[in-house]
Design a protein around this ligand. Structure first.
Ligand code: ADP
Ligand code: MG
Length: 272
């Protein structure tokens, strides 16, 4: 998802009893995380002048969320699966937020779900245009993300992508690429996060965005220096043009040899 959006996430909704106490708790744990979702939450807390406290035993579970000890209680912030929120009364609200393309995070204190916090990002201006250009070249565009199905579908719809593979754990992204390859396709993967790097290596061509994480950049075959999605289309065109040029040069080289070598061998003498 982060590849298609600007990555400037903002908190849009908070569903809980006591908003500022809730935000203090959530931001206190998220300040230890480097995830873009976490940064949005910490920024919101500082805008509201909320003082953060220390959280112990912090641990980030990639693709799920974060866990720690907040005032001697176990605190979890993450997706619905992470807090075992299936069937909870807040599910309808979470679904509603997701349908709007927002990423809603669940908050669980000890064994009780205490609220939701939703974050949204804006889709990059050139995302829709780029997807359209790729489709025109008979390229099947697929969105692969750890985000939940509804959020992913909402974002994909904005970009004009109709093939979505959602709720994919970081370690499974490469497997999904392999599945596409097994169906006979050549796969070019575009990514920016740590959770994309294995899939970038697995794909036939891995393409990283320079504003992404270092490990994604290290894993990629091509790095786009500007944060512009249109460069994906340019990369493909440039590659095709380069290959065409190589083929043309080879044609002339072989053609010249086919004609030139017999001449040098004295074909004319043979014909008198
Ligand atoms: P993507 O494939 O879009 O980069 P991730 O694999 O990074 O997604 O994250 C998947 C999901 O895990 C997020 O949508 C979010 O619900 C949850 N998550 C990940 N990190 C955090 C965090 N620091 N705080 C809360 N939730 C998180
Ligand atoms: Mg990402």
């Amino acid at each position: 998802t982060g590849t298609l959006t600007y990555g400037q996430m903002v908190v849009t909704d908070i569903v809980t009893q006591d908003e500022s106490e809730f935000l203090r708790m959530v931001a206190s744990i998220e300040k230890y995380s480097e995830h873009p979702l976490a940064r949005a939450i910490v920024t919101k807390a500082s805008e509201m002048n909320i003082e953060l406290v220390d959280v112990n035993d912090f641990e980030a579970i990639s693709g799920f969320g974060v866990i720690g000890t907040y005032q001697n209680q176990s605190l979890k912030v993450g997706n619905q699966r992470f807090v075992e929120g299936a069937g909870h009364s807040l599910s309808a609200q979470a679904d509603n937020l997701s349908n709007q393309g927002k990423t809603s995070m669940w908050v669980k204190l000890d064994d009780e779900i205490v609220g939701l916090i939703a974050v949204a990002d804006t889709i990059k201006e050139d995302a829709k245009q780029t997807v359209a250009k790729l489709k025109k070249q008979q390229i099947d565009v697929v969105m692969i993300t750890g985000d939940n199905e509804r959020t992913a579908t909402a974002i994909a719809a904005q970009a004009g992508i109709d093939h979505v593979i959602a709720e994919v754990l970081p370690e499974d992204k490469a497997n999904k690429v392999m599945e596409l390859q097994a169906s006979g396709k050549k796969v070019m993967m575009v990514g920016d996060g740590i959770n994309d790097s294995v899939a970038l290596v697995q794909s036939d061509v891995g393409l990283a965005i320079s504003s992404g994480t270092d490990v994604a950049i290290e894993s990629a075959d091509v790095v786009l220096m500007h944060d512009e999605l249109d460069d994906i289309d340019k990369t493909i065109r440039l590659s095709k043009a380069t290959l065409r040029n190589i083929k043309q040069n080879l044609f002339w080289a072989f053609f010249y040899n086919v004609v030139g070598i017999p001449l040098a061998m004295g074909v004319f003498t043979f014909f008198g």
